[in-house]
Write a protein that binds this ligand. Structure first.
Ligand SMILES: Nc1ncnc2c1ncn2[C@@H]1O[C@H](COP(=O)(O)OP(=O)(O)OP(=O)(O)O)[C@@H](O)[C@H]1O
Ligand SMILES: [Mg+2]
Length: 447
């Protein structure tokens, strides 16, 4: 049967960090072992030990009782008995003739405690009304026994019944376990440090921050992962550098002949052929510009902690100067780890699109400390993009059918470049429908 209410998911009690988990993994067996051995020790050894001692004590009390009841009650017999008991059995007794105590017991409880254990032994062996009084403060045990014609009080030190070596044993056991646990914590910390260092390095590299290689330390697997990470980082860095250098070379080398061709066309005068050629050359120039922009995005700029709000304000101001309304909605400041020129290029590309395809735009900046992300939303009121095309528009040179007009121009590189830049900051770009009608671009950047 299904429950009418939804039960809350049980909270995952497993610690999240590796250190916490490792501690749990070492500690749990130790605790269980400790618990089990303490239980077994007390249940088996301790209880039985106490029982034996109780039987010995009860036997001696029974012997005194029999002796007094059987002997002629003159002072001497009792004094001799007293001396014997004191020297050999560590017990003192007083005998008060003609006294009867009606409150004494004939039954014993069945608990595991000292009083009950001793009471049971007395019921078994002395077989007279009795009372046991354990005085923990003075480490003394008194046993009262009702004899036929008087009351017997036997006093003995607690050590007759109680063996402190058991407690000492348990204390040692737990103390040693705790000491070893603390020592292993120390070593565990040292094992986890290199993993944490690797995680930080990988995180920083993911955000596009340059990380210095460090000497791999720790366990073999961690060293291997660290080495592999730095090899991978080297390869990625080299690939990016090569691509950047190649693009720079191509763009630069193409520009010179293009300029020459343009000059030659100027001299040839205007006719339909030269006009078409001229248009092609313009397109090629725009493409070269695009490549150069792409290259700049991946340039040598290094990441730094900077306030993004002034960057946004500058961007908005520049766009407004060109007669395009931009509404800003930002906090006073927001510090992020960024490469400022690259980020500005990415944002410009998105705002440019809004300017080309819409009549106004709204930029909202927000930060969510809780999730560790900062967000930028760029909304416009243009025609927007069909969700089916959300992925394609990020591909280089992809332009939607409606945009293939000369009026909006463009190569279809803007979004690809912008996404590349955001990804290299460890961020992501999502598309959505804007509340004001057109496209919403959501940029997430790690805080
Ligand atoms: N705000 C927008 N509203 C509607 N369509 C858009 C918007 N932004 C982008 N698009 C569509 O996505 C396509 C790809 O955009 P992208 O910025 O990559 O290229 P482009 O703007 O055409 O050219 P470039 O940016 O290289 O000059 C555009 O051609 C257009 O069809
Ligand atoms: Mg564009």
């Amino acid at each position: 049967m299904r429950l009418p209410i939804k039960l809350p998911k049980p909270r995952n009690l497993m610690p999240r960090g590796l250190f916490g988990r490792a501690v749990l993994i070492i500690m749990l067996p130790i605790l269980l072992l400790q618990g089990a051995s303490t239980y077994i020790f007390f249940d088996r050894h301790w209880t039985r030990m106490t029982e034996r001692l109780a039987y010995a004590v009860a036997g001696e009390v029974a012997a005194v009782s029999d002796q007094i009841e059987g002997a002629p009650k003159d002072k001497d017999t009792i004094e001799i008995l007293k001396a014997l008991m004191a020297t050999h059995l560590d017990m003192l007794f007083t005998y008060s003739p003609k006294i009867k105590n009606e409150t004494l017991l004939t039954d014993a409880g069945d608990g595991p405690g000292l009083t009950d254990t001793l009471s049971r032994a007395i019921v078994d062996q002395v077989r007279r009304p009795f009372m046991v009084n354990v005085d923990m403060d003075h480490k003394k045990i008194d046993v009262f026994v009702q004899l036929r014609d008087g009351l017997l009080q036997v006093s003995m030190p607690q050590r007759r019944m109680y063996d402190s070596s058991g407690y000492i044993f348990v204390l040692w056991l737990n103390g040693l376990a705790l000491t070893f646990f603390l020592i292993s914590l120390f070593f565990m910390r040292n094992q986890i440090r290199p993993i944490r260092r690797l995680a930080v390095a990988a995180e920083r590299f993911g955000k596009g921050i340059n990380v210095q290689a460090f000497k791999p330390t720790g366990a073999r697997e961690v060293r291997r992962a660290t080495e592999a990470f730095f090899n991978m980082k080297e390869r990625i860095t080299r690939t990016v550098q090569q691509r950047t250098a190649m693009l720079g070379g191509i763009s630069h080398d193409l520009r010179t002949p293009l300029t020459r061709m343009k000059l030659q066309l100027e001299m040839m005068g205007k006719n339909p052929d030269t006009v078409a050629l001229r248009e092609d050359i313009d397109d090629m120039e725009a493409m070269v510009e695009g490549y150069l922009a792409f290259m700049r995005g991946e340039g040598d700029e290094s990441a730094q902690a900077l306030d993004v709000v002034p960057i946004l304000q500058r961007l908005a101001l520049n766009t407004q100067r060109q007669g395009f309304p931009v509404i800003m909605n930002t906090p006073a400041s927001l510090i992020l780890e960024i490469r400022p020129n690259a980020l500005e290029r990415a944002l410009t590309n998105f705002v440019e699109n809004a300017r080309k395809y819409a009549t106004r735009t709204e930029i909202t900046l927000w930060a969510d400390d809780h999730n560790g992300w900062a967000g930028l939303t760029i909304d416009d009121d243009g025609p927007g993009i069909e969700p089916a095309n959300y992925e394609d528009v990020f591909k280089p040179f992809f332009r939607l059918e409606g945009s293939r007009s000369k009026k909006t121009g463009g190569l279809g590189l803007g979004m690809a470049i912008a996404q590349d830049i955001i990804l290299s900051h460890g961020g992501r770009v999502l598309l959505d429908r804007a509340p004001i009608g057109g496209l919403r671009v959501v940029i997430h950047l790690p805080l």
